[in-house]
Ligand binder design. Structure first.
Ligand SMILES: Nc1ncnc2c1ncn2[C@@H]1O[C@H](COP(=O)(O)OP(=O)(O)OP(=O)(O)O)[C@@H](O)[C@H]1O
Ligand SMILES: [Mg+2]
Length: 326
């Protein structure tokens, strides 16, 4: 405890963090901090440096330059103290395939020194938490991808860590399990944990994160609450069009044609292709070219509204890339 210096108000502080892989600067002079009890979102396109940053904080990867402190411990001096209070749910599922669900959780929680009845209780609690209590005796290798994801989470949180880092925890899980996981993360926070959460799924980040850091090419390009980030984009508006049902039309072709029109920055359909969001520059005034494209596909407009940009638009404006693209 003597080595602790900072107050715990900022639970995680990262300053000047830099990591190179050969010539590639994967994390480039990154600064941010996470308050105690916060759910902090980490957003960025593929290869932005999210996992690298999180793995450094979780003491799995060395840093080249910069400082990281967690709960007042300095990573460069007290990595072991930090490791003991962190739970990492890695992006790549890391399970022992021949062990059962409960043996897997026991193995990982055991690494943190839990033994005997405390270990047993922790394992049971974690399995209930991810909705796998009924599958406790099932081998990891026999589980579906979504169940393995949930088990991966149980393994990362069973030792009751103060800082929980979730790196894309909901990839491949169904909507119901995703809701379960979202609710679980809120419960963990309410019990006192601080959370860093990474996802490519924007609605998730919007739903649960108190603040969001947007990174691209290893650099911080935006940081704030959802509302603060939305205010960054002032030169774009969105046109939201709803169509009457028309199964099987070429929605990808439509998107491609819309994107080459003047003043159109982005066009994207919602799931089910019933609602189309088109981001246009503020100078955009004439919707005729858009309507022509709709008519060419025999699409009937149900409604057409102008809206403020969403977080996806902000993301695009800040990074020049769509979140889901590589
Ligand atoms: N061990 C490694 N050796 C060499 N290059 C690496 C290594 N790990 C990551 N990189 C590179 O560093 C950059 C950042 O990778 P990182 O995995 O941190 O990105 P990410 O934001 O987590 O991406 P994703 O959304 O795909 O998970 C990428 O260009 C990646 O190819
Ligand atoms: Mg990653």
């Amino acid at each position: 405890m003597e080595n602790r210096t900072a107050t715990n108000e900022q639970f995680v502080t990262v300053s000047g963090l830099t990591k190179r892989f050969g010539d590639l600067v994967a994390v480039d002079n990154l600064d941010f901090s996470v308050a105690e009890g916060e759910i902090f979102g980490f957003l960025g396109p593929n290869g932005a440096g999210k996992s690298t940053t999180l793995n450094i904080i979780a003491t799995l990867l060395s840093l080249d330059k910069g400082e990281v402190s967690v709960a007042g411990y300095d990573l460069n001096k007290d990595a072991r103290a930090i490791k003991a209070i962190i739970g990492l749910v890695p992006q790549e599922i890391a399970l022992l395939p021949n062990l059962t669900a409960q043996e897997n959780v026991a193995f990982f929680a055991g690494l943190y020194g839990l033994k005997g009845s405390r270990l047993k209780e922790a394992v049971q609690k974690a399995l209930v938490f991810v909705g796998l209590a009924e599958q406790a005796k099932k081998r990891a290798s026999k589980m579906s991808g979504g169940m393995q994801r949930r088990l991966n989470i149980a393994c990362g949180i069973a030792h009751d860590p103060k800082l929980i880092i979730l790196d894309e925890p909901t990839v491949g899980v169904d909507a119901q399990s995703r809701e379960h996981i979202m609710e679980g993360i809120r419960i963990l926070r309410d019990r006192g944990a601080t959370i860093i959460y990474t996802s490519h799924y924007m609605p998730e980040v919007q739903e649960i994160c108190d603040r969001i850091a947007i990174i691209d090419h290893g650099r911080l390009v935006g940081l704030g609450t959802e509302q603060e980030l939305l205010r960054v984009v002032t030169d774009v508006k969105s046109i939201v069009v709803r169509f009457e049902d028309k199964p099987g039309f070429d929605s990808d072709g439509l998107i491609r044609r819309l994107c080459v029109l003047p003043d159109v920055q982005r066009a994207v359909f919602n799931e089910g292709a019933t609602e189309l969001r088109i981001d246009v520059t503020l100078g955009f005034a004439d919707i005729t070219p858009l309507v022509k494209e709709f008519m060419a596909l025999d699409l009937r407009i149900q409604s057409l509204n102008s809206e403020a940009p969403d977080l996806e638009t902000t993301f695009l404006a800040l990074t020049g890339r769509e979140l889901r693209q590589g």
